[in-house]
Design a protein around this ligand. Sequence first.
Ligand code: ADP
Ligand code: MG
Ligand code: ZN
Length: 471
Amino acid sequence: MAEKTFPVKIGLEIHGYLDTREKLFCMCLVSGDRGLVVGGSEDMPNSRICPICTGTPGSKPMAPNVEAVKKMVQIALVSRSRINYDNLIWQRKHYDWADNPKGYQTTISGAHATTNAVGGKFKGINLTELHLEEDPAQWNPETGRINYNRSGLPLVEIVTEPEFSNSEQVIEWLKGLVLSLSYIKAVRKNAGIKVDVNVSTYGERVEMKNLNSLEKIRKAIDYEIARQVENFEKGIEQKRDTLAFDEKLGKTVKMRSKEGASDYRFIPDPDLPVMKIDKKMVSEIKKEMPEMPEVKLERLLKKYEVGEKDAKILTRNLELVEFFEKLVEFGIDVKKNMSWVTIELLRVLNYNKKTLEDEDVEILPEHLGELIRAVEKKEITVLKAKQIMNDFVPKSFSLKDHEEEIGSISREAVENLCQQVIDENAHVVEEYKSGKDASLNYLIGAVMRLSERRADFKIVTEVMRGLIEGE
Ligand code: ADP
Ligand code: MG
Ligand code: ZN
């Protein structure tokens, strides 16, 4: 029996945390440890709060954070959206929930609102609109505790048309979006994104709220499509629903039947003036827009003749590609020395579970440049250089500070070490002589260790063979 196929439609509402210093309507810091509580740590709950972002009666919002407005404009430009310059009315979106102290969320959206930008297109998917809004607080239903640090954080919400048809396509697209947003430094690196995913198959759409990782998004979409197909076969009608994805159960669960937009009782916020976007500001931002990933990739391929695979590794991370371009400035033949960046640097970072973006990591391109130069001039061995790189995390250093301990050792010194190893391992030498080739590797390894990797591997091999065969 042929299976019925459904026209799966998926649309996203993506919330990104804007990378600003302060919150949207007050001067509380978005991150950092300079909260209200002296000596409090960055993660300390309720350390970055004030009467405004906790919705204390009588408090009024300050004018919206200009930095957040600028980031929103950048995002509109990257997504080729049409910016709305006038008549931007902040709306109160009402709902009753513990994370929402004022009883409403302030947003440039709503039933009949003019949103910040419309009609964009990103990597083949049409964008309905995008707008600024504030984040609610964080409520833990298990403990009942509320953390207001997040309350009032500036968010951009990007709404796509329902043009995706499977989870894989959604994930690839989101990766591309996050990468582009990281190139313009518009969203906070470690905050991630929160996505509401709408899925419809044979009936009305369901909305899955607050999916905060790509993995969850993939699982939730796949689960939901399968569930709906099963329901169809059972003859169950699919109504509008709001669901949450329970990761432990691996399935979607009902949150509430969806309120219509009117249930949010959107009203213009009387405490905030109608917002206008300055055209001059937008053209300034346009001029300063950095290169996007695709353009950078093209340039790496053409200008430096980097291989496609390496170019992709590099452009997948702004910090990495910027590091690479500094090496170029430093005069390194990057094409020849690519593996120092795409393999070795990533190896030591991964080993230490760090990235170049981490605040406590400080690896300078000139230090790696020095190292590559020293290897090229045969002043140090490749193995020694790799070993030195192991110590580049979290902080790199100049070779000049360690010259005595790292330079390649002379052939004569290699000969002495080889002789020493031969003397101390007579039985291994015998094994080799009687035809066990692997024994030679053991002897060479011992020399490399003794030399602290400062012996040239080729020379060691040559000398070791010569000495044994000459015996
Ligand atoms: P709401 O506030 O009810 O979530 P929005 O207009 O903000 O409504 O969001 C609409 C979202 O639903 C968009 O991401 C859109 O692509 C998606 N959507 C609309 N119609 C469908 C559909 N038939 N199937 C799947 N997704 C849909
Ligand atoms: Mg929604
Ligand atoms: Zn505040």
